[in-house]
Design a binder for this molecule. Structure first.
Ligand code: NDP
Length: 240
């Protein structure tokens, strides 16, 4: 039977490419989203991938949503915690609301996504946890104290889960994309975007499919001894 993969924020941007790539590799995919019903419906019509709507920042909603996915598609073997937001502002202008919204979505949202799935993975002796972090969690970024904190926190999550899950056949890894051509980056003013591109040795933004291919590798049996690792996919912009 096909393995089941859950992709949060899987209906557009990087998540959309991930959902499609996992489906192409034979997984049964569930793609979640937050509120963009129109985009989710168009995505589902075009791909045949089932979509589910809940806010990853809400534990009870995540728990109920995951239970529904498992009821309809079967136990989740692969979880891609991809949903994320930015609320950028230089620190002296950053509001507590901007801080909290990003922490709740990008960090607590990762906990809320993995935690309800974890016991089943432990019982079945198999699981793949893949978290989409960011280059800015590795190096920090002007006006992204909130975002960088969450993305660095995501790396702490996978390094700890790797140690807890290894004996149970579960791996936990992260991908740190550099700048990828999605709505999140296209929303940045053009002048800033040009400056960003000028700092990327590859001379271009990444494509969502280039991140999706990292995910399909980490989801596959080929990655079985990779645990607690971070793949940097950033066109040569930053090394750790
Ligand atoms: P997009 O803004 O294009 O898409 C975000 C997706 O996440 C959407 O499906 C959205 O749902 C969903 N989402 C947002 N908030 C929530 C929430 N509270 N609950 C459930 N779903 C939610 O983002 P990207 O594709 O650009 O980014 C995907 C991930 O990659 C993020 O974690 C981001 O931080 C990370 N990343 C992106 C980079 C880039 O250059 N784009 C670089 C490095 C990392 P809906 O459609 O309903 O709004």
């Amino acid at each position: 039977m096909a393995r089941v993969a859950l992709v949060t924020g899987g209906s557009r941007g990087i998540g959309e490419a991930i959902s499609k790539a996992l489906k192409a590799d034979g997984y049964t995919v569930a793609a979640t989203y937050a509120g963009n019903d129109e985009k989710a419906a168009a995505f589902s019509d075009a791909t045949g991938i089932k979509t589910y709507k809940w806010n990853v920042a809400d534990y009870e909603a995540s728990q109920a949503g995951i239970a529904r996915v498992e009821e309809e598609l079967g136990p989740i073997d692969i979880v891609v915690a991809n949903a994320g937001i930015t609320r950028d502002a230089p620190f002296h202008k950053m509001t507590p609301e901007q801080w909290k919204e990003v922490i709740d979505t990008n960090l607590t949202g990762v906990f809320n996504t993995i935690h309800p799935i974890w016991p089943g993975m432990r019982e079945r002796g198999f699981g793949r946890i893949i978290v989409i972090s960011s280059i800015n969690g590795q190096k920090g970024q002007f006006a992204q104290v909130n975002y960088a904190a969450t993305k660095a926190g995501d790396l702490g999550i996978i390094k700890s889960l790797a140690q807890e899950g290894a004996a149970k056949g579960i791996t936990a890894n992260a991908i740190c994309p550099g700048y990828i051509a999605t709505e999140m980056v296209m929303a940045v003013p053009e002048k800033v975007r040009e400056k960003i591109i000028s700092m990327i040795p590859a001379g271009r933004l990444g494509e969502p499919e280039e991140i999706a291919r990292c995910v399909t590798f980490l989801a596959s049996d080929d990655s079985s001894f990779i645990n607690g690792s971070t793949i940097s996919a950033n066109g040569g912009q930053f090394f750790v």
